[in-house]
Design a protein around this ligand. Structure first.
Ligand code: GLN
Ligand code: ZN
Length: 560
């Protein structure tokens, strides 16, 4: 019987570790019980390893991939697992890349000396990867050879077990083919673009800093934008109606051409801009009608990214996503959003926000490379986005929003690993956003999360304005930011978009009062939570009207 204990790879207190030791002692003492296998994955067990090694269970499953590779030395230091079965997770259950078979065989050979029996296994369940890479017909066959989805990973596990049992000679042909595939990946112009590498290598600390400190920027932005107190805006998308999705499907199927598609999307942008002007919003958006998804839309346009046709993976429940693949060095062959922005800005005298997905989120919602540090990939994506941000600025954008909803989500499980992650993550965001003038306002956005662990990082993004999902927690995050001394502008959401219910002006006023209790009026924005694309036009219109009404009422009060 397998008991899954991934919670033990997180930092645990001595009391928790004692409790685990007692629990397994009691389970082990049961008479007439099945054999017990305790499984952990996604990171190293650390101080929990000796606890489990001593527990009276028959087997342990350990992850030996990525940051969990330290389990190998820790296991040796703990004296191995005499008398126990070790299920050795040497095939990464979460990435989509082929295994380095010779390296895994070497790990397995060491492990043979540390346990009674060694089984070969993936490091975790395979629900994190798609089913079969060989059915991807649109991907260059050379690249397909670098990919391992669930079927390929299962074959790797079986092959490694055979190599372990019968000796490497028994699988010599497969090892040679694997070596050739790894070498072709390591030397391919897809994974090594000298121009991208030269540019990332030349990045300096100053490149990732705005030239002016926030107070000067705020003043320049106030002068340029001339916004009222409690400025109103939205998070970017407007309803993705079925007509928009049908138009996109028609384009893909060749039923309409690019010009017809463009006209359809522009008609939507006209409607979105006209509504916002009429409703009285201050900083407008184009509504993102042309985006299938906030990551995929950019991935499709960046060199070095790959889309799969069948690479679906479960995100949660019955929801499936098809993450794009960061396969090679990232560059931007052309601007990705400037035309849409320009079209929207040409329709109105009010500022329209440029709208991009940030480097950390681009990584978090894609399959990442395992052949270079995440920080390097993030830096490449950041530089591509930096060019987009400065192009938007050149096209007249006074406000550019770079969404980072996944910043909290990819925080490492172990506290000790967090500072390094947050350092490269915030640097990547700043690198993407700091190429602009002082009077260009950078916004960012984050979805609801437990922000406590990343408060400092939110500050280190150095964005001029941050909007956050906050309605359901009744603006709690505004208080948390205030307590942390957050010095810049904040837009805690005041309409819970997950519900079709339309808030009244009074309700929004109440939420804004809660916001004002934490953030001074000069630094408070009025916006809904994120996810307008999932709503219909009826509730969108009415709720945004309530929101503008509430902002106006409070402005009058404050003026009085
Ligand atoms: N700009 C995106 C939108 O409005 C942000 C989505 C998100 O918060 N995840 O849809
Ligand atoms: Zn969000």
């Amino acid at each position: 019987m397998q008991l899954d204990e991934p919670a033990l790879v997180q930092d645990r207190t001595p009391a928790e570790l004692n409790a685990a030791a007692r629990a397994y002692r009691d389970l082990g003492a049961l008479t007439d019980r099945p054999k017990l296998l305790v499984a952990s994955y996604f990171d190293r067990l650390g101080e929990a390893l000796p606890v489990l090694a001593k527990a009276p269970v028959e087997g342990l499953a350990l992850d030996f991939t990525g940051s969990a590779a330290a389990n190998l030395d820790d296991l040796a230091a703990a004296g191995g697992l005499p008398g126990k079965r070790l299920v050795a997770g040497v095939v990464d259950g979460r990435n989509i890349w082929i295994n380095d078979l010779e390296k895994s065989l070497a790990t397995l050979a060491t492990l043979l000396g540390l346990a009674d029996t060694v089984d070969v296994a993936p490091s975790s369940s395979l629900l994190h990867v798609p089913i079969d890479a060989t059915i991807e017909r649109d991907i260059d066959p050379q690249i397909v050879r670098w990919l391992a989805f669930a079927k390929q990973k299962s074959a790797e596990v079986a092959l490694l077990a055979r190599g372990l049992r019968e000796g490497a000679g028994a699988i010599a042909a497969e090892l040679a083919a694997n070596r050739a595939d790894l070498a072709s990946r390591a030397t391919s112009p897809i994974t090594r673009d000298p121009a991208v590498r030269a540019r990332t290598a030349a990045v300096s600390e100053a490149d990732a800093r705005r030239a002016q400190a926030y107070p000067q920027r705020a003043e320049a932005q106030r002068a340029r934008l001339g916004l009222p107190l409690l400025p109103t805006t939205t998070i970017g998308s407007f309803p993705q109606t079925s007509e928009l999705r049908v138009a996109r499907a028609d384009l893909t199927a060749g039923r309409i051409d690019a010009a017809a598609y463009r006209e359809r999307m522009e008609a939507e942008v006209r409607e979105v801009i006209a509504f916002q002007e009429k409703a009285g919003l201050d900083v407008l958006v184009h509504g993102e009608p042309e985006r299938n998804d906030m990551v995929q839309y950019f991935a499709e346009q960046l060199t070095g990214y790959l889309a799969t046709r069948h690479g679906w993976v479960q995100s949660y429940g019955t929801r499936y996503v098809r993450p794009p693949v960061l396969v090679g060095d990232i560059s931007r062959p052309h601007s990705m959003t400037v035309d849409w922005f320009g079209y929207a800005q040409g329709l109105t005298g009010r500022p329209v926000k440029g709208m991009l997905t940030g480097p950390v989120t681009m990584l978090a919602w894609s399959f990442v490379r395992d052949d270079q540090p995440l920080a390097d990939t993030a830096r490449q994506v950041a530089l591509a986005l930096r060019d987009e941000v400065t192009d938007l600025e050149a096209a007249g954008a006074a406000v550019v929003q770079v969404d980072e909803p996944a910043l909290r989500e990819t925080l490492p499980l172990r506290t000790a690993d967090r500072p390094a992650y947050l350092a490269w993550a915030t640097e990547a965001f700043r690198l993407a956003t700091s190429g602009v003038r002082a009077d260009t306002q950078i916004h960012t956005h984050m979805c609801y999360a437990e922000f406590g662990a990343i408060m400092t990082a939110i500050d280190e993004l150095d964005a001029d304005v941050i909007s956050l999902e906050a309605t359901r927690s009744h603006m709690q995050v505004a208080g948390e930011l205030a307590e942390a001394g957050y010095p810049r502008e904040v837009g805690p959401g005041v309409w819970d978009i997950h519900s079709p219910r339309i808030p009244s002006t009074e309700e929004v006023v109440e939420l804004l009062r809660a916001g004002l209790a934490a953030i001074p009026a000069e630094r408070l924005w009025v916006n809904p939570d994120c996810g307008l694309k999932t709503r219909g036009w009826t509730e969108t219109r009415a709720s945004l009207e309530s929101l503008v009404g509430a902002a106006r009422r409070l402005r009058e009060e404050l003026a009085g």
